[in-house]
Design a binder for this molecule. Sequence first.
Ligand SMILES: [Zn+2]
Length: 251
Amino acid sequence: MDDLWTPRAGRHYPRSTGEFQSWFATDADCLDYLDWLRWPGGFVCPRCGHAGGWAVADGRYKCSGCGSRTSVTAGTLFDRRRTPLTVWFTACWMFAAQKDGVSALSLQRALEMGSYQTAWAMLHRLRSVLVRPGRDRLAGTVEVDETYIGGEEPELPGGRAKGKKALVGVAVEVKEPRGYGRCRMTIISDGSAASLHPFVTGNVEPGTTVVTDGWQGYAGIGKLGYLHERLSQRAARARGEDPGRLLLGVH
Ligand SMILES: [Zn+2]
């Protein structure tokens, strides 16, 4: 049996884009590869643990023990996706090959996808599962704010007023078209740029759109490699909007 824990280029994964294309020309090629990765010693039923079964359809097995059907993609990144596996594999290849990451736009162009939204969603899903050590910072669009957490001290004016409470930096991934992804929270010493900038760089991947309020502690985030979007609470009030509706994720 192949030792999958020491993968070798050209044997366990393609050495080049040319090799990649010849290995994974069709969805059946991709299914074969996933099958080999998942069950290198033959099918093992994930329901009952029985080893052995029949291949019944594209990438699916029927367990000879309990009779249940399992797809090779079940419980993986590729489970129940409408996008062809060849497209997914190409996205993975691009994602893995580009040192500085791949953008949804370049993915959409390379894969000739009609929808930017689909490319964006694929990329987001790849990022969420392919977490590399030290590279697990938040990405995409991230709301950042800070707030005091701790005992009630009603005599203090709200917001950034100090007391016995701990100031906590909060960063949340905002998903499209709705919902939230991962979150990071860290106690920070104060609301200055000297505290907030390291909070952002330590928890948010460069290139990310960082959404904050107009607080001065966030000024200069754009120079650290982020797309900085500042939402002014004052401007929201002037528009007659509820400033509490800004940065809903972190709130
Ligand atoms: Zn079974």
